[in-house]
Design a protein around this ligand. Structure first.
Ligand code: PLP
Length: 384
């Protein structure tokens, strides 16, 4: 390695770098397009046009129509609107089906709904993080208001068969929501083909800024808003975050452009990262190996070596990745996703999530591999 590494960012499932094209669009909006889209004068009308253009760009990313897109503050708000809206729309149905490996933004809301008398079935995954469709079929009853499944898991990248699952939900007459926060912009999503009713997106996971997201609401579904107000055609009150929305539109347009090429390149880099680690670290294994996974994510278990020790040393070299664990005030808790896949506490705490992006280069992967080989070698020697 020649000199210190400037920065290598392999934590794109936590958040992504705002694309330079989005920064330009956001800055132009902050500088010149700061009108209120509800104002009737020219400045307002121009802002409204910017929001409309962004809505069309997000719709294109999903194979949806612009009127099916509602802008929100992010993935969490989108999913809360979807879940609470589905429950409110079906007051006679008191059951929701989901999985044990959903993002906390969903699981914590469902825990609260359970306290309010809603029954929730948490489907388990197998050791590869996969969902069994017959189990889903058995779980959906006449009383089920909603099935909510994530498209790609944020920790392992494992993909759920959302298209088939949505078909099952539709055939049983219940609504279907998917948290597509980690899939959008990384894999093709075609809502013309997938019979989902509700889909959540987050701007900051696809190279737009934080504090903006979108909810797809299938045409004809009269979902009650979380925040009543006249904006977003009565579906989400509050003055629109126009710069964020414009950035999200620009990011969606960028993602659509060359999505397949970027996906293939990122998958090649991710696969190389994994195969080289497996070749050089005999006790390493890939969590979710063998399952269908989103191209950018690799969750690697380093035997029983504490991931925090490795991450700390990587951090000092300006290489950023994440533990496969949630940090709490009292320290690290093993990841609920990895434990659901059958890993014990020490195996889960020995896992690291590497998440790549369209900006990751081959040279960066080489540098990470070389850094990891030195770190793991030193930690192994210390432990011997
Ligand atoms: N869903 C998934 C799968 C995520 O990974 C995240 C963010 O980590 C969210 C939802 C929440 O999105 P936001 O940060 O926009 O609220």
């Amino acid at each position: 390695m020649n000199g210190p590494i400037e920065m290598i960012y392999l934590d794109n499932n936590a958040t992504t770098q705002v694309a330079p094209e989005c920064v330009d669009a956001i800055l132009a909006c902050l500088r010149d397009g700061w009108g209120n889209p509800s104002s009737k004068h020219r400045l307002g009308i121009e802002s409204k046009q910017c929001v409309s253009e962004a809505r069309a760009q997000v719709a294109t990313l999903l194979g949806a129509t612009p009127l099916e897109i509602v802008f929100t503050s992010g993935g969490t708000e989108s999913s809360h609107t979807a879940i609470l809206g589905a429950v409110a729309l079906n007051p006679d149905k008191r059951h929701i089906v989901t999985t044990t490996v959903e993002h906390p933004s969903i699981l914590l809301l469902l825990r609260r709904l359970e306290e309010q008398g809603i029954r929730v079935t948490y489907l388990e995954v197998d050791e590869k993080g996969r969902l069994d469709l017959p189990t889903l079929e058995r779980a959906v009853t006449q009383d089920t208001a909603l099935v909510s499944l994530m498209l790609a898991n944020n920790e392992t990248g494992v993909l759920f068969p959302v298209e088939e699952a949505a078909q099952i939900a539709k055939s049983r007459g219940c609504l279907f929501h998917t948290d597509a926060v980690q899939a959008a912009g990384k894999a093709e999503i075609d809502l013309g083909r997938m019979p989902v009713d509700l889909l959540s997106l987050s701007g900051h996971k696809l190279h737009a800024s934080k504090g903006v997201g979108a909810l797809f609401v299938r045409k004809g579904l009269k979902l009650p808003p979380l925040f009543p107000g006249h904006q977003e055609r009565g579906r989400r009150g509050g003055t629109e975050n126009v710069p964020g929305i414009v950035g999200m539109g620009a990011a969606s347009a960028l993602a659509v452009n060359g999505l397949k090429i970027h996906e293939a390149r990122i998958r090649t880099l991710r696969d190389r990262l994994e195969s080289e680690i497996l070749a050089h670290v005999p006790f390493a294994s890939v969590n979710g190996a063998g399952a269908e996974r989103i191209a950018n994510t690799s969750n690697i278990r380093f035997g029983n070596m504490e991931s925090e020790a490795i991450l700390d040393k990587l951090d000092r070299m300006n290489i950023f990745a994440s533990p496969g664990a949630a940090c709490t005030a009292s320290g690290s808790e093993p990841s609920h996703v990895l434990t659901a896949m059958g890993l014990d506490r020490s195996a889960a705490l020995a896992s690291i999530r590497f998440s790549l992006s369209r900006y990751t280069t081959e040279e960066e992967v080489d540098q990470v591999l070389s850094a990891l080989s030195g770190i793991v070698g030193r930690l192994s020697a210390e432990a011997a």
